[in-house]
Design a protein around this ligand. Structure first.
Ligand code: E4P
Length: 229
């Protein structure tokens, strides 16, 4: 039942890998080969699929079963964000694996509290500073999502922000987890994992790239050659 799922999420102490895509073929392949924990979507990602939310979410649910599903709200006012989150929950019959993704605007911080009080889980998103993350965690967020590549692109350092947030949560003993987001390359994921980032969400391309190495492929070809003797 749902109780088990909750336990399951909280007990994951290792890196949680999420797919930042709404493409069904990509999700199927990633979940088939990788130890994936769920899917994150946002309006940009959904617009790439050229399908409505009501079409795409059930397809994702079918692929990922009871794994985490983070769906972003697009309303502006806190009360509207709450209503939107409830609409998705009820329409898609979402359970304990549902995370309401809320951007940390002023209304967003308020919405985090409202959504938590209504018994749903929250991923605070579009985070660029340690203070935004800390305030979101205080408001009750279960995950905070700092945008690593978008920081790197404006001559900031995504890795430093992630490290600061991880250390802050540790020193204040907050249960909130850091979900690194907005990755464009393997190195960004490597570096956040080295500072104890709890989770990452990344595109199919980046997830595909982190498991590969040309020397592995070469090694296997050589093993096969010698295995034939
Ligand atoms: C986070 O959940 C966002 O969907 C995403 O990672 C943002 O990434 P981008 O900077 O590639 O748009």
């Amino acid at each position: 039942g749902d109780g088990r799922k909750k336990e399951f999420d909280i007990k994951i102490k290792c890196m949680i890998y999420l797919a930042d895509t709404a493409n069904i073929d990509e999700i199927k392949e990633l979940f088939n080969y990788f130890p994936m924990e769920g899917v994150t979507t946002n309006p940009n990602i959904l617009s790439h699929e050229q399908k409505s939310l009501s079409t795409v979410i059930p397809l994702i649910q079918e692929c990922i079963k009871d794994k985490m599903l983070h769906i972003q709200t697009i309303s502006h006012l806190a009360e509207d964000i709450l209503q939107e989150a409830k609409r998705y929950r009820d329409y898609f019959n979402l359970g304990d694996n549902y995370y309401v993704k809320i951007p940390v605007t002023k209304e967003g911080y308020k919405a985090i509290r409202l959504v938590k009080d209504a018994g749903m889980k929250v991923t605070a998103t579009a985070i660029f500073t340690q203070q935004q993350a800390l305030i979101a965690a205080k408001a009750g967020a279960d995950f905070v999502a700092p945008y690593v590549n978008r920081l790197d692109n404006i001559s900031s350092h995504g890795i430093d922000v992630v490290r600061d947030i991880v250390e802050t949560f540790k020193s204040y003993q907050l249960n909130c987890k850091v979900l690194g987001a907005s990755f464009k390359n393997v190195d960004q994921i490597y570096r956040v994992s080295m500072v104890g980032c709890h989770a990452v969400t990344a595109s199919y391309e980046v997830l595909d790239a982190i498991m590969k190495h040309p020397m592995t492929d070469k090694g296997v070809i050589d093993f096969e050659k010698d295995g034939k003797h």
